[in-house]
Design a protein around this ligand. Sequence first.
Ligand code: CP
Length: 308
Amino acid sequence: MLTGRHLIEPMDFTNDELNEIFDLADEMIKNPQEYAHICDGKLLATLFFEPSTRTRLSFEAAILRLGGRVIGFSEPSSSSAAKGESIADTIRTIGCYADIAVMRHPKEGAPKLASTYSNIPLINAGDGGHHHPTQTLTDLLTIRSIKKRLSNLTIGLCGDLKFGRTVHSLIKAMSRYENNRFILISPSELSIPEYIRKEVLEKNNISFIEVEKIEDAVKEVDILYMTRVQRERFFNEEDYVRLKDSYILNAEKMFRAKSDMIVMHPLPRVNEISYEIDKDPRACYFKQAKFGMFVRMSLMAKLLGVIK
Ligand code: CP
């Protein structure tokens, strides 16, 4: 039962619960009009302490497309956080006004802490370099819809695997499906955190290799998941400048890839996918952004209990 639950980490839901969300999202894609009023009278609060385009606006679009309404702030300076209000008091106050809330915060663990004080469902929209569970739902729905399966896949993850929270969440989620294999492509300074390598991959006997060159992986992968170097998480600008263009996916590299390989990216992109790739049918990142809205529609309908 998903009604009334929080979503803080991708593993908060079982695979069966995820399937429920994806099945409903599929229905919403097919028949959007049938769902246009299921959230009439419901109010979403968007609490964004960090910038966002896709996550905030897709949540807003999602609740509006279900007939609900939205309140919120898009930067901490326009909330009472700027006056020193605690996360606990903010979420308790929001619970007096809204039926469901979504929070992005630069501090890892902030949405989890908030959830312990929240009397309404709270969704983590990204906490520091930690997790971004609704991006994971987006990614899984995209893969399920386009590749028609979530198992038996070779997944290349490329770029900033150290700070990229979407990558950490996706590895955890895809490790729960059978026979998936990972090729982790990054400079050594931006390789996946030790806890993902040890606690998720090695502990569960998941097949993975780490390489530095995209050319070493592109022929083999079913999915190439590109990520940007996360400038906002670097301690000094010099390191960012040195590493920011480590990978640029271009037509020459795509030529080596399988004809049914798909390119994904949580977006925003900076320089890591050349614009010439956008017209390649294997480029799926804008489709992915659209799946993100539908999966958030489905998720909110389930957490609000308007669809059981
Ligand atoms: N993918 C994603 O989280 O994008 P935004 O930062 O624009 O929300």
